[in-house]
Design a protein around this ligand. Structure first.
Ligand SMILES: Cc1ncc(COP(=O)(O)O)c(C=O)c1O
Length: 393
């Protein structure tokens, strides 16, 4: 696509199919596994798991254009993450963040338990010394910035430089930032991963993941992973993800503005402890985020005194949905420490994904829930995993 076009325009005009008169503006939903064979001397599309579909390609074209590299779509964000890790040789050393999507660490741990498929080292990415020491001894450095759910921000260019010196690859989970707020390939990363389930899709109605890579040969290797492991996107999901992406810029603009306003108001509320949002000037990540990102995102976390108070707030909300996952047009909130793999997260921390509702309705909802819950929370409720093993988003 014309690189001179702005992102709003690229989101609207990219990923269109056939421009011939009479053709639909949108690439239609293509529920096809099988395509008519090409003549023997022609390489044609024959089977979707091997060769893709026009629907997947439309989405890949759009996200690849925004991130600046070729893209491959998968059945979920986790399938995309697994595909990158599967490119590594057995025993590869992977450095991954302590604060990151739980299933990434689960996958690495399962691989280690199965006989050192990967040898992983989990580091606190906010400790620059630890991080750079680990990078020096890595084959792949996995970054997630901003991170889920503590909103830590890591300097991608700095890590990529250290990784290049050590001969290590860098992959960045860009789900929270979206391609609109930061482009890791431009900062030296080798792979960018998206859970399009979140903001790209934007409506909590699909699962889909994408990997965008720096080198065209990696696109072929990732397609091969999809072909042999079979984690293909659904036809409807690819269509919906592309349709959701059309409005990403307007949703993001509205949601970000609201997230910033709520973060400021929550930080000043007497019932709330620390508010984590890189857009707050006194957030420890603010300077790094301001230098690296084109906005501060749509997710924030607020700390309440204990698990009981936080659970009571979730139960008292009427507009904000008490639900896992994030990035939808509807705001969602969840106490993350109730889940396994979140032992480093404060017991009373709530992750809030800000949607497109009016800021004043969200604020009234939060304010009333905070006031009623401070009065009703059972005393002394503490940390505790109350949910069966899993890795909710
Ligand atoms: C940052 C991040 N990366 C990856 C994933 C996994 O995505 P999916 O649920 O589409 O597999 C999630 C899910 O919540 C996430 O939050």
């Amino acid at each position: 696509m014309d690189q001179g076009l702005r992102v709003e325009t690229r989101l609207a005009v990219g990923g269109r199919g056939n421009h011939e008169p009479g053709q639909s503006l949108n690439v239609p939903i293509i529920p096809a596994s099988n395509f008519r064979a090409a003549p023997p001397d022609v390489i044609g599309r024959e089977y979707s798991r091997d060769d893709g579909t026009p629907g997947w390609e439309a989405l890949e074209g759009l996200i690849g254009d925004l991130e600046g590299g070729p893209a491959v779509s998968f059945s979920s964000g986790m399938a995309a993450i697994a595909a990158v890790l599967e490119l590594l040789p057995v025993g590869a050393r992977v450095v991954a963040p302590r604060d990151s999507y739980t299933a990434l660490r689960g996958l690495l741990a399962d691989g280690a338990a199965a006989g050192d498929r990967w040898r992983s080292r989990i580091v606190d990415m906010t400790d620059a010394g630890d991080l750079l020491a680990a990078v020096a001894d890595a084959d792949l450095v996995w970054l997630e910035t901003p991170s889920n759910p503590l909103l830590d921000v890591v300097g991608i260019a700095e890590v990529a430089q250290a990784a290049a010196a050590a001969g290590a690859l860098v992959a960045v989970d860009n789900t929270f930032a979206t391609p609109l707020l930061q482009n890791p390939l431009d900062l030296g990363a080798d792979f960018v991963v998206h859970s399009a389930t979140k903001s790209i899709g934007g409506h909590s109605d699909l699962l889909l993941g994408l990997v965008v890579c720096r080198r065209p040969e990696d696109r072929a290797r990732l397609s091969r992973r999809r072909e042999v492991a079979g984690a293909t996107p659904g036809a409807l999901e690819a269509f919906l993800a592309l349709r959701g992406a059309r409005t990403l810029a307007v949703r993001l603009r509205q949601e970000q503005e609201t997230a910033g306003e709520l973060a400021r108001r929550l930080a000043a509320h007497p019932a709330v402890g620390r508010v984590r949002y890189p857009g707050l000037p006194d957030d420890p990540n603010h300077a790094r985020a301001a230098a690296q990102m084109r906005g501060f995102g749509t997710v924030l976390s607020l700390e309440l005194p204990d698990a009981g108070t936080a659970d009571a707030v979730c139960a008292a909300l009427r507009v904000i949905s008490h639900a896992t996952s994030l990035g939808g047009v509807e705001s969602t909130i969840e106490r993350r420490a109730k889940l396994p793999g979140q032992e480093h997260v404060p017991a009373g921390l709530l992750r809030l994904s800000v949607g497109c509702e009016h800021v004043e309705d969200l604020w009234t909802d939060l304010r009333i829930a905070l006031e009623t819950s401070a009065a009703t929370a059972p005393a002394g409720s503490a940390v505790g995993s109350t949910v069966a093993a899993g890795s909710h988003p």
